[in-house]
Design a protein around this ligand. Structure first.
Ligand code: EPU
Length: 301
């Protein structure tokens, strides 16, 4: 979607950077996605006004975080994309609290906390994506989830049109699901973390990195796990048991390393990936009578 010259001029006045005709295939870990205009929200204070402008001009929009858990349709996209700049995110430690901008890289945040002898986040070390995305999805790995450590979240709430601060106790963090509204825009988080010596944290990080390297296709284009695990079960194990590793639709392929990772093995289109997801879901339904739910967020028209 192209922003009109009039809206672009207003955005410029608000101190917003506009990037035109951006290919989201280049901004997502799957390497799939069409083109659109992108708005870089450099000053958080300007967000309410930017949002009002988008509403007044009837410009549909979506927020892209780290782009590591999203499958985006191809072609000219019907929304502009909002993005928080990722360079130099704010991170500050104070006692057992860490204050981190949502645009920070999640792994960068884990190592920042480690350097301040703040532990408890080791499991999240190899989870790709931004802190904002991790908050929205309640990212987790190796027994760690971000949710229980959250004390405050500063966010733009579309419902009120204002920047607000929510207390952690007022947010529900479930398995890969939270009570944030889809159009809430995470800005900053305050975490409370247990004190732990740096060396111990680093040892924990090493173990998680090794486990991940041994079981996940880290050097291929993917969005991590495609499906949530069903209660008490493992999507990866079921897909593997059905012999579907290596199964492909075009260049979209079930990883031969971890069956719940679907990789872009070349130039996969969004429809290849969607067909692969549907095919696998159907095979699992037929064999196990289990309906797998997407873990990856799908943006389609
Ligand atoms: N398994 C297989 N074949 C496979 C993959 C897994 O048999 O191809 C078996 C494993 O041997 C193991 C079980 O399935 O016994 C579970 O596998 P794994 O330990 O790899 O964990 P997972 O449940 O598949 C979850 C998260 C991952 C996270 C890991 C590590 C979900 C959907 N996935 O995977 O998160 O990294 O645990 O904690 O909850 C993600 O969110 O994108 C993600 C990758």
């Amino acid at each position: 979607m192209r922003i009109s010259d009039k809206a672009a001029a207003r955005l410029k006045e608000l101190g917003v950077e506009l990037r035109q005709g951006v290919s989201l295939a280049e901004e997502t870990s799957l390497g799939i996605g069409g083109t659109t205009d992108e708005i870089l929200l450099r000053r958080y204070e300007s967000i309410p006004e930017v949002m009002r402008l988008l509403a007044d001009e009837h410009i549909p929009h979506r927020l892209l975080g780290g782009g590591t858990n999203v499958l985006i349709v191809d072609g000219e996209l019907p929304w502009v994309v909002l993005h928080l700049p990722t360079a130099h995110p704010g991170m500050r430690a104070e006692g057992n609290a860490a204050y981190v901008d949502a645009s920070a890289d999640l792994g960068g945040m884990v190592t920042f906390c480690a350097k301040h002898d703040l532990g408890g986040m080791e499991g999240l070390i190899g989870v790709p994506g931004s802190v904002g995305g991790a908050l929205r999805m309640n990212a987790g790995a190796y027994g760690t989830q971000i949710g229980p450590h959250v004390r405050e979240v500063e966010l733009y709430r579309a419902a009120t049109g204002e920047i607000e601060t929510l207390r952690g106790s007022d947010i529900r963090f479930d398995y890969r699901h939270t009570s944030f509204a889809p159009d809430d825009l995470m800005l900053r988080v305050k975490l409370e973390l247990p004190s732990k010596p740096f060396k111990e944290i680093i040892a924990g990080i090493k173990v998680c990195n090794e486990k991940r390297r041994a079981s996940q296709p880290l050097n291929q284009k993917s969005a991590g796990c495609i499906f949530k695990n069903p209660p008490g079960g493992s999507a990866g194990r079921m897909i593997d048991e059905l012999g579907l590793k290596g199964y492909r639709v075009g260049d979209a392929m079930v990883s031969d390393r971890h069956a719940n990772f679907f990789v872009n093995a070349g130039h996969a289109s969004c429809s290849d990936m969607l067909k692969l997801i549907d095919d696998v879901r159907e095979r699992v339904r037929g064999a196990y009578d289990v309906e797998l739910e997407n873990e990856v967020i799908v943006w389609r028209n």
